[in-house]
Design a protein around this ligand. Sequence first.
Ligand code: PHE
Length: 340
Amino acid sequence: LLNDFTKELGPINKTADLLNLKAKYIGKQGPLADVMKNLKDATPEEKRTIGAKANELKQQIEALFSQKMQEIELADINASLEKDKIDISLTDSMLEKGLQAAGYHPVTIIQQEIEDIFISMGFEVLDGPHIEDDYHNFEALNIPATHPARDMQDTFWFADKKHLLRTHTSTIQVRGMKERKPPFRFVGPGKVFRCERTDASHEMVFHQLEGMMVGENVSVGNLIYFMKTLLTEIFKKEVEVRLRPGFFPFVEPGFELDIKCLICGGKGCSVCKQVGWVELLPCGMVHPNVLKAGGIDPEKYNGFAFGLGLDRLVMMRYGIDDIRHLHGADLRFNSQFKSF
Ligand code: PHE
């Protein structure tokens, strides 16, 4: 019986066939089952020897069966891997035919660099939706419906008058606070949208990187330290910063952080419009109302927040004089930034 089984087993390469074969030999209608059935009429002596022999045979068949099963499964996996194989190598002959190696968009390059800097300082990186509601974009950030600050951000509203395209990444603060308990620190990069007339320094779609740190006794000193470290890392040299008062309803006090112009060293040039300083980073201490809306006790905790504009950084880094290049989808522009 074992020989017959082994002979039939040999050519099998499908799971279904294998299962049938197993049923044929050791299933309920199989020869082994017959032997067991007939055993009831046998003498005790016969029962012992024949029963033991039958069991041994069954185990041998089962072992061969499992082994074969594994072989078939492995072969199936290998076959499907082989079938789905994609050759991702870019060969010289493909380049000659005009195919180009892909690269990152300059905004993505800067964004990833900044994320890495913040990760190394213990920050999480969060994401948030582009389509938001009034609550997350305004209300929870201490900008009630009648507040004049809403005019600062020309909003793309949806027809339902309830939803909008987020005008800043500060929306990420709101969910970030609700989902964690202090102390915490995170950044949230992404696209933002404003209904503005475009020109060399304004686009309807641009990029910000929001940052927030909340805990006990967070100070303006902490804020300046993190911002200075960030800018030094980005520009690969020590930068001088200064704070001016700035108004945003969600921070109190609020600041505009400027850096000493890296082009002229502060003497005055066209990039800094002759003032020697470039406005780069709006920031401030989180307003108590914003903490409350985020489920945080403002008596116990405080924090800082900032909203870094990524497009301007990219322009300063690469010497790009018109923001519209960034979304111009011109491959001649994009292909200059292949940096891996
Ligand atoms: N959300 C503000 C803007 O887009 C920037 C900002 C963020 C200011 C965080 C202060 C703190 O204009």
